[in-house]
Design a protein. Structure first.
Length: 161
């Protein structure tokens, strides 16, 4: 039986803003959640995450992206195929796209919600977020939690019927 909701932070913690997903996962891991919601620091992604994608009905991913949007822009994307991911994902782009392609081939793709945060650049060293990205943490946290709780409640309602 699959678990309801996984919040998955993706990124490289040692590369500043590129690690926003991991930073969010670490922040949320200090909080208490209902059993329907779990948190995972997914690091730089890749095929080792395949088992997690197979275990959950819904996955809420948080990741950084290099794109044309202003720094700190938060967008929610509903990717169903590798091509649905933003064109300029960060340093782990190939790993996530390959993972999604593998899940499609195996017919095991869960319901994925991807929060992307636009960053200006990938810093080569450092765990600190830039002021522009640090400023959006409360808004991002709120959006991620609102969605995760809604997905968990929806799953619970179906289980009660």
């Amino acid at each position: 039986m699959k678990k309801p909701v996984l919040i998955l932070g993706i990124g490289n913690y040692l590369m500043g803003d590129e690690g926003i997903g991991v930073q969010m996962a670490n922040l949320l891991s200090k909080e208490v959640f209902p059993e329907e919601i779990e948190i995972l620091d997914g690091g730089t992604g890749g095929f080792y995450l395949l088992e997690y994608f197979e275990q959950y009905d819904h996955i809420v991913i948080v990741d950084a992206t290099l794109d044309e949007y202003p720094t700190g822009t938060i967008r929610l994307i509903r990717p169903k195929f590798a091509a649905d991911f933003p064109n300029a994902m960060s340093t782990h782009d190939i790993g996530l796209k390959d993972l999604v392609s593998a899940l499609q081939l195996l017919n095991k793709m869960p319901d994925v919600h991807l929060f992307v945060v636009s960053i200006e650049s990938i810093q080569q060293q450092g765990v600190e977020l830039t002021p522009e990205i640090a400023r959006i943490i409360p808004e991002l946290r709120s959006k991620v939690l609102e969605l995760a709780h809604r997905l968990a409640e929806t799953k619970s309602e179906f289980m009660l019927v």
